[in-house]
Design a protein around this ligand. Structure first.
Ligand code: SF4
Ligand code: F3S
Length: 104
């Protein structure tokens, strides 16, 4: 599966939503997550994310992000159409500690 990681937080560009063939993105206030059981591993969303926040869960060190995607995909609503990214999305690209400060 692919998963969404920290740099999505407060960037939330949502370009990923447009390309997913199985609509497996779920929306929180400041980030999206992927439902790991619904993702068919096609990989098309990964290069579409301007924040480079989408990664295959085979990359080392992403266990906590897999857990977070699994947990919140079960709670948040499905999103199938792209909305406008936050006006200040660029300012948050690459900011450290977003999970602690801005996760929602
Ligand atoms: Fe959707 Fe494919 Fe990305 Fe999985 S890898 S979230 S199926 S676009
Ligand atoms: Fe987030 Fe990237 Fe999608 S910033 S909303 S994973 S395009």
């Amino acid at each position: 599966t692919y998963i969404v990681t920290d740099n999505c937080i407060k960037c939330k560009y949502m370009d990923c939503v447009e390309v997913c063939p199985v609509d497996c993105f779920y929306e929180g206030e400041n980030m999206l997550v992927i439902h790991p059981d619904e993702c068919i591993d096609c990989g098309v969303c990964e290069p579409e994310c301007p924040a480079e926040a989408i990664k295959p869960d085979t990359e080392p060190g992403l266990e906590s992000w897999l857990k977070l995607n699994t947990e919140y995909a079960a709670q948040w609503p499905n999103i199938t159409t792209k909305k406008d990214a936050p006006a200040d999305a660029k300012e948050f690209d690459g900011v450290e500690g977003k999970l602690e400060k801005y996760f929602s």
